[in-house]
Design a protein around this ligand. Structure first.
Ligand SMILES: Nc1ncnc2c1ncn2[C@@H]1O[C@H](COP(=O)(O)OP(=O)(O)OP(=O)(O)O)[C@@H](O)[C@H]1O
Ligand SMILES: [Mg+2]
Length: 262
């Protein structure tokens, strides 16, 4: 078991290629229990490829070390990583017509060994979590993400996260499509899971999520690498000046400061 002085998640020299195209080019980071990190960067810089590669997406060629709770997981298929507490909330959750939300959740929790044997208890747990996240109970009988609005899909990703109680959570643009009220509910869910000791890596483009879920560290991706790392305050500079700010920081006067943290 990892202690508080051991990262709950770390990766080293991650390189990812898709169909022979090199996209992620040597990324290392560590997240400690209860810590929240943000991952930002321009469109196409490789954030989602990094996120899905860490989960073990079969279409990606992923090299490098991935350690979860002290155990190497880089050779494991995605479901084994999930069993050990890795969770990925997708940027674009897929619809599965024919599979209801309730049956999907039952099957997922069962696969993780988390489902109560008592069917009434399980239903109560589901109902409580749906209510907590402001998801109408009628969604349980709908097909997974089928016809869901953008915000509804993201709420459902958070619902899965809450039910699965992961150790390390990667959320890819969980804030996109959320209205202000849903953003608060989602932020509360993320803060709660971190307070319970999970590590969190949130991919986002916007300050508004990071005002509610304050990251200890922000990693800025450029061209498949972490070009810069800073505190939550650096996001304001980005909002004000755009990615030219980052390019100048990396290329220009602050290059010494940058290289210290890469
Ligand atoms: N299977 C693939 N084959 C070829 N190129 C790919 C493949 N998957 C991703 N890419 C390319 O890799 C780059 C990184 O994509 P990725 O989705 O990781 O970016 P991102 O940082 O998440 O962007 P965004 O902020 O728009 O979500 C893009 O140029 C994308 O077109
Ligand atoms: Mg993306």
């Amino acid at each position: 078991m990892a202690s508080a002085t051991t990262p709950i998640f770390s990766c080293d020299d991650i390189q990812i290629a898709a169909e022979t195209k090199s996209i992620v080019k040597g990324v290392a980071l560590s997240v400690y229990p209860g810590e929240i990190h943000a991952l930002m960067g321009p469109n196409g810089s490789g954030k989602s490829t990094f996120a899905t590669g860490l989960m073990g997406h079969p279409s990606l060629d992923v090299k490098g070390k991935i350690t979860l709770n002290g155990e190497s997981v880089e050779d494991m298929p995605p479901h084994e990583r999930a069993r050990r507490g890795l969770f990925l909330g997708f940027q674009y959750p897929v619809a599965i017509p024919g599979v209801t939300v309730a049956s999907f959740l039952r099957a997922s929790l069962n696969a993780l060994g988390k489902q109560s044997n008592n069917v009434f208890e399980f239903r109560k747990q589901l109902e409580d979590t749906f209510a907590k996240l402001g998801i109408p109970w009628s969604f349980a009988d709908r097909y997974l993400n089928d016809g869901f609005s953008g915000g509804e899909k993201k709420r459902l990703e958070i619902l899965q996260m809450v039910l699965m109680e992961p150790r390390f959570v990667i959320l890819d643009e969980i804030d996109s499509g959320l209205d202000v009220d849903a953003l608060k509910v989602v932020a509360k869910g993320i803060n709660e899971i971190a307070q319970k000791g999970a590590g969190v890596l949130m991919v986002t483009h916007y300050q508004r999520l990071l005002d509610l879920v304050v990251p200890a560290k922000v990693h800025y991706f450029m061209d498949g690498k972490i070009a810069f790392q800073g505190g939550a305050d650096t996001v304001r500079e980005l909002e004000a000046n755009g990615y030219d700010w980052l390019k100048q920081k990396v290329a220009g006067a602050d290059v010494t400061a940058v290289s210290e943290v890469i």
